[in-house]
Design a protein around this ligand. Sequence first.
Ligand code: BG6
Length: 516
Amino acid sequence: MGNHTQAAPSILIIFGGAGDLTSRKLIPAVYNLYVDKLLPADFDVITVDKRKIGKDEYCRHLREGIDKNSRRGKADDKTWSEISERVSYISADFENVSSYKKLAGKISECERHWKKQAGHIFYLAVPPFLVESIVGNLGKSGLAKERSRARVVVEKPFGHDLESAHDLNSTLLKVFQESQIYRIDHYLGKETVQNILAFRFANAMFEPIWDRRYIEHVQITVAETVGVEHRGAYYEHAGALRDMIQNHLLQILSLVAMEPMVSFDADEIRSKKLDVLRAIRPIPEDQVQAFAVRGQYTDGWMEGQRAVAYRKEPDVSPQSNIETFAAVKLFVDNWRWQDVPFYLRTGKRLPQRVSEVSIQFRPVPHQSFPPSATLAWQPNRLIIRIQPEEGILLRFQAKQPGPTLHLSTVDMLFSYCERFRSAPPEAYETLILDVVRGDATLFMRADQAEAAWSVIMPVLEFWDTVPPVDFPNYQAGSWGPESSEALIARDGRSWLAPLLETGEDAKCETTGTEEG
Ligand code: BG6
């Protein structure tokens, strides 16, 4: 496409080409990668779906997706016309092996035109129940046989529980090798999530205090203001624990808690993260209620607008017992983290959209200032803000100017927006580019995905068998159920309010990738 990078020729083959993910995330990401000159010179997109639709109409639909969802805003005419020439749509039934002949024909056509062999990226942007037949058909049709050239990208949810995730891994591994499989967790593509590694391991000054001797506890919050939107049918089988904690929050926890990697090799980093998941203390079956709480939103007000209860959302049962909020307390049983609690919470229809990691340090060992000086004293806190207003904030004590000794809490802030003057690339841009380059660092390995399921299985099993007695139990626009406050209050702590200044996305320039 844009003849701008040394990467090998590649064809991105999207199953689910007429679906929401393709127009909302994948094609806008391809568009931005093209504008940033990051794609190989020979790069085509072939999309496959059942819907019968002409090329012009399909391209109009994709362009609308870019206009609405790209970080650069509306698509540029010239750029879009260059890209759309490289997009083909095949209307075919994924479940029928004969459809794959058509696909193979289209792939050969691109390669004949380029006079080169290309890498084939099979992107499964489809519901999980279709994965098995597509993977089987890729195997039967011979499209997956060249190990060095074929890669498969699998979207979340990766299974429904440990057993189904294990089965899904077996299905994939019958046709592909682990090194060809890219399991998506889009949080790992976020710049600020990747920056956790840079922050921890490219600076010598934090690592010596990054353990149980100095860190008192850690909180990870991923709060959303949106409700379940149009995804009721999916969400009714998921819930917040499966949808967010099993993947995004546990991946963040792994990055915060992992040991330093020896090299920047994909497997080295993934193994270090896996060690964390394996070290998480199993939640005892008979104590789930002391370690996990769930909630479901009822009607409420969000920024002056009425928000309807989860049970009244489209495709949701009026008696639904699915949780839209979940909080868990976990311990990582190893030398570094023994007995340091990690509190994780996530929910929909919360008052602010914010994802952040809050590291609370222990108090000073001896308070030498007079009590009158320390009335406003607070422990040191480091906040890694994943979104919005991406950055890192260090909160510490300083002397308030004036003749009387008073300590006051002050903040040192690194803001991505101010420093780099451009919005970070979207997670899907990073992830698609990594698949093209064959870098699996930001993708889940089979053992990681299963280890993450193992962590939450005791809670899932308990919640599946013991229905909640108080649903709905939090108002839209509040910070979740009272039981969430109680979970952390029992340990003499409270949830730390996010330190967002505006609560809105930082207004960064959206073009250009260079530092300011
Ligand atoms: C997805 C979940 O994985 O992440 C959604 O399925 C959730 O329910 C979304 O809304 C949040 O992602 P982001 O990038 O908007 O924080």
